[in-house]
Write a protein that binds this ligand. Sequence first.
Ligand SMILES: [Ca+2]
Length: 231
Amino acid sequence: MIGLVLTALLACSDDDGSFNLQVNMVSGDEELVLGQNIDINGVTVNLDIAQFYLAGVTLDDEDDVISYADQYHIFSPTDEKNNYGDVEIDKTFDILKFFVGVEPSVNGQEEMDFTSRSTSDPLGPKDPQMHWNWNTGYKFVRLDGNVDLDDDGVAETQFRYHIGTDNLLRNVEVPIDFNFRDGINDVVIEFDLEKLFEGIDLKVDYFTMTGDNPPPAIAAANNLPNAFSKG
Ligand SMILES: [Ca+2]
C-alpha cells in the first residue's frame, strides 16, 4: 500500500511548492514551554521533555493523494516544524493523515539495524532516548517532567509518559482544508495535552513506561486521534 501512494508523490514532483508541517503543543489555551508550569485539566505539570514520532504523512482530497510515507520526524516544542519536500500547488487538500508512532516493520527491527543508523536519522539513537531497546522498540510519545500533587504550585513529583509498542500506534486525521501555493506552505496543527489526557487523573496516573503500567498509556494513546486539530 505504501508503494502505491509513493508513486503518486513522484508523479507530481515537478512543481515549486514546498510543504512544512508545524505542530504546536498546547494545553487548552496555553502554549507548552519546556521547563515552565502548565495546567493540564486542572493539574500543574512542568515538562522538560515533550516529543513524539509522527510519520505516514498523507495529504488527501477527493481525487488526489500525496504521501510522504517514508519520512519520520520527531516533533517537540524546540523542533516544531519539519519540511516534507515538494507538494502539488494550486490545489486544496482537505485532510492531513498521519500516525503517531513507528510502524511495526521498523519498530521490530534487529539491534544491528538500529545501531547502524546515524544519530541524524530520526529513527537512529537519540538523546534523550526515543527507544527502550531493540526488543521493546521505540518510544512513540515521550513526556518527562514533574507534577504538582499537593497543589502548592510547585511540581515536585516525577512525571513520565513513555508510550510505545506496536498496539499503541494510532492513526490521526486532521481536516485542514489547505490551499497549497507556489513557495513555502506551512500547515499548522495543534497537539493539545488536555485532550491527550482527557479522562485520565494525572494526580493518580502520572507514571507509565507502557510495560510497567499499561492502562494510562493505552488511555492516552486512545486519545491521540482527538488530540490533534487544525492550528
Ligand atoms: Ca507541589
